[in-house]
Design a protein around this ligand. Structure first.
Ligand code: M6R
Length: 616
């Protein structure tokens, strides 16, 4: 939920930490802070607001930003409102220890009570300030070094964390630890980087250690990295991974926003998703995670999909695809509900967990529950090495590349692509599809990137439509069958970045309630492509028209029926019904994007949100 960055080495830490925070701002952006140590002085600066506000504050407030040791934090508030005092880094009472933290210490109140009795004072409302004083108290009581004190303190906590802490009296080391929140250590030559993901240090090193849950490390400027288990103190031989990330992937290039860049990346992202897996000419799909576990899937009583937000919408699309093509019963659950409702699930079930970030707390909890009950859990994640990808029994990455805009775009279409490949593979193995149909699907899937390119060419027209409806206060999105989840996703995109209230509904459900909302003020976006229940959707459009609703139709190229009824139509290329969501989604993403830009909203960092939701 928050982003953490650290540096220890021979370079100036400030520009590295600052840039790193800018790259991690997608994780939280209500306040930010940096602590630097320059061999003599500790300099701490923090503020409510964005990293840009922090930069302005630091550069006006501090005489110098020098120092080869530094840590920084960008926050998404959990305990305590976003203000300067609650911002990280936090200092211990002596002023010696400095900490940054991503996560929640659930038992902080009881720890705080104990520490208060022992004379500790607290300035902020945060759980993090409690943790840094707990570490200080361990040092005072037990006379141990910082690493040991962190370990003892963490063993008294309940909750989740990725932390980095240093002692200004021993400025040659930073101690880090993780449980439930990600933490990577970039390994350079006599220099080390710490971050919530590898983006802050990608231009300095390609080598990284990803700490596992329950591990901590002492990172020494001169002696390297020593990793151990927090719980039992055993040493761990760290695996240094070579990163595949490059700078271009995490920069905006010529786009105004990451969201727009990521919308435009979809043709290539989908190709990356099916590259090496889809062999249309040979009529083969290769996916190691499925090949190795084919029997589990084929013998499954049902598939249960767990996810949140946009990933849940991808799961709903998959429900239609799996049931239609592979004839396997599917249930789709909000991970946050599933984890608390004592679901009936056993070893005959296969659970598919979908998550872009691979860090979503509710999805993670749902996976653990499903595993406890004996189910086989398969992950569909984008972030390589993420917690969910490690927790699942097997999985398939989407290979969409980093998604930085808080509103998911390419994650959605690449998740659908992976899930379609899985459904097709199972359909082939089960014989639930004819060979001809199977081949036709593979060939059509291969043409989707090109068809998305064509859909993207409608951008200028979509911008005109956006201008027309930017002042709407409410908006309805309707779709049927495979495109009902797309309507939900379209509505979510509009809500989260423009703050316009929007609802998605199955088109036919409109008459059971939402129709009462329709008047001449209400824009209704209707997905009415020629495949699927076209005539029925056209009837729904007639119903809206007769109540003076404003109709924006997403239609197949060349459509005339909807054009005659609608106020605007946005054309998309034709494809087979099960693949239409991959194309109809595109204009809805662009429509939300342009409306939000026209309203002056912060598209990449919408209010109150964060990219990965690592709290309940
Ligand atoms: O990383 P995940 O896919 O697990 O994230 C799930 C949701 O938090 C995420 O899709 C969220 O709804 C996005 N802001 C939607 O654009």
């Amino acid at each position: 939920m928050c982003g953490i960055v650290g540096y220890i080495g021979h370079r100036e830490a400030y520009p590295i930490v600052l840039k790193g925070l800018q790259r991690l701002e997608y994780r939280g952006y209500d306040s930010a802070g940096i602590a630097l140590y320059d061999d003599k002085n500790l300099k701490v600066s923090k503020t409510k607001g964005k990293v840009a506000d922090l930069k302005a504050k630091m550069e006006s407030e501090l005489d110098s930003t020098s120092g080869t040791l530094g840590i920084g934090h960008t926050r998404w508030a959990t305990h305590g409102v976003p203000n300067d005092v609650n911002s990280h880094p936090h200092l211990s009472n002596s002023g010696d220890l400095v900490i940054i933290h991503n996560g929640i210490i659930e038992n902080y109140e009881s720890l705080k009570k104990e520490l208060t009795k022992r004379g500790y004072k607290f300035e902020s409302d945060t759980d993090t300030e409690v943790l840094v004083n707990l570490i200080e108290d361990v040092i005072a009581k037990e006379g141990v070094k910082l690493g040991k004190a962190v370990q003892i303190a963490l063993n008294q906590t309940v909750g989740a964390y990725a932390i980095a802490v240093f002692d200004k009296k021993k400025p040659n080391e930073i101690v880090v630890a993780r449980l439930g929140s990600p933490l990577a250590i970039g390994v350079g030559k006599d220099e080390y980087f710490i971050a919530s993901d590898a983006s802050p240090f990608i231009e300095f090193t390609n080598n990284a250690i990803y700490l596992e849950d329950g591990e901590m490390a002492v990172v020494r400027r001169d002696k390297g990295v020593k990793v151990r288990k927090i719980h039992d103190d055993s040493l761990v031989d760290p695996y240094i991974q070579e990163l595949q990330l490059n700078l271009e992937q995490i920069e905006k290039n010529n786009f105004d926003h990451f969201m727009l860049k990521e919308i435009y990346e979809q043709p290539n992202a989908i190709k990356d998703t099916y590259r090496g897996r889809l062999h249309a000419e040979e009529g083969i799909i290769r996916m190691a995670g499925i090949d190795d576990n084919l029997e589990r899937f084929l013998n499954a009583r049902r598939i249960i999909i767990v996810a949140c937000g946009t990933s849940w919408h991808a799961g709903l699309v998959a429900e239609y695809i799996f049931e239609d093509l592979a004839r396997i019963p599917v249930e789709v659950e909000y991970a946050s509900e599933f984890r608390y409702r004592n679901p009936i699930i056993n070893s005959d079930d296969v659970v598919i967990a979908i998550s872009q970030s691979g860090e979503t707390a509710d999805t993670m909890a749902a996976i653990k529950l499903a595993k406890e009950k004996g189910a086989f859990v398969f992950g569909v994640c984008n972030v390589v090495g993420s917690s969910i990808s490690r927790e699942t029994n097997a999985g398939a990455y989407t290979h969409a590349g980093p998604e930085i805009g808080v509103a998911s775009t390419k994650a959605f279409t690449t998740q659908i692509t992976v899930l379609t490949l899985i459904a097709l593979k199972l359909a082939k193995a089960k014989g639930s599809m004819s060979n001809t149909d199977f081949h036709m699907h593979l060939q059509e899937l291969e043409t989707i990137p090109q068809k998305i390119e064509i859909a993207l060419q409608g951008n200028d027209h979509i911008k005109e439509v956006a201008f027309k409806y930017k002042d709407a206060r409410n908006c309805l999105y309707l779709g049927r069958g495979f495109n009902f989840p797309v309507a939900l996703e379209g509505a979510l995109k509009l809500k989260e970045i423009s703050y316009i209230h929007a609802e998605g509904y199955p088109a036919a459900e409109m008459k059971h309630g939402p129709i009462a909302l329709i008047d001449e003020e209400m824009p209704v976006v209707v997905i009415a492509t020629r495949k699927g229940h076209y005539e029925k959707v056209v009837s729904n459009i007639q119903e809206i028209k007769s109540r003076q609703g404003k109709i924006i139709g997403i239609v197949t190229e060349g459509d005339t029926s909807v054009r005659d009824l609608a106020d605007y139509v946005i054309e998309v290329p034709d494809t087979i019904e099960s693949l239409t969501p991959l194309i109809t989604t595109i204009p809805l993403q662009l429509l939300s994007y342009h409306i939000a830009v026209m309203l002056g909203k912060n598209v990449d960092q919408p209010r109150n949100l964060a990219k990965s939701v690592t709290v309940e």
